[in-house]
Design a protein around this ligand. Sequence first.
Ligand code: ZN
Length: 277
Amino acid sequence: MQHFSADSLILRAVDRGDNDKLLTVLTADYGKFYAILKGAHSMRRREAAAAEAFTWSNVEYYERGGVKWIKSATSIESFPALRYDMEKLFLAAYFCEVAGELSDERQPAGEILPLTLNALHMLSTTKGEDARIKAAFEMRAACIGGFTPELVRCRDCGCPADRDGYLDVMNGAFVCRECLSKREALRPLPEVDELGERTVLCPLSPGSVAALRYVAEAHPKRIFAFRVTDARELNEFSRAAENYLLHHLERSFPSLENLKKLAALAKQRDAGVIRNP
Ligand SMILES: [Zn+2]
């Protein structure tokens, strides 16, 4: 029987039978793996909390019969503010799903682990910044996944990317508005389809290109240290980052779908379609 301990981000925790839990964890040295927590529902409260999803914990494991089991867990950071806000909770789940997608078993986790921890920390300690944190996480995660876009110059004419243009998602590059008009004159582009296989173009203005570029190039500790003050630019930045990540990972994520349903409900409620009893 082999014992080891590791600081672990609990990406997911699901019930397994009546009293056990199956955890998906991410660790710096051993990457992503699965471990079983026995007697999860009869544990002391503090220890049970350390094995909850979106918690950063020091965990002692043992391996038996090719399966990893959890011997004990101590919470290092539980990001408490995430637990009381549905939107933040879905965002935390989304970050952890993306982190799991970009991690392998038996491979060190690399930069996706600190990025996810920083994103959870930001989410937990700020108000009204969720859209910016989400977009920064998405863009940087895409870069970690090997899809860093070219955002310094226009892909076609080489002019600086300091003007209105588009993020050509599938080609991973900025294209200025003039070049896009020229392309369209040569061969009409199919209409923009956010989830299809066709050309995906996200409109960008100078501020939103600058935000994407900042996030792609920033020192790992400075990724969230920027502002987008203009609402339109924040909207463009958000759309571009989400589209970019989802298209390159070629999938969506259940928690992101839940987040969108929640946003749609909030919108309906604000519009008075749903009335609170
Ligand atoms: Zn151009």
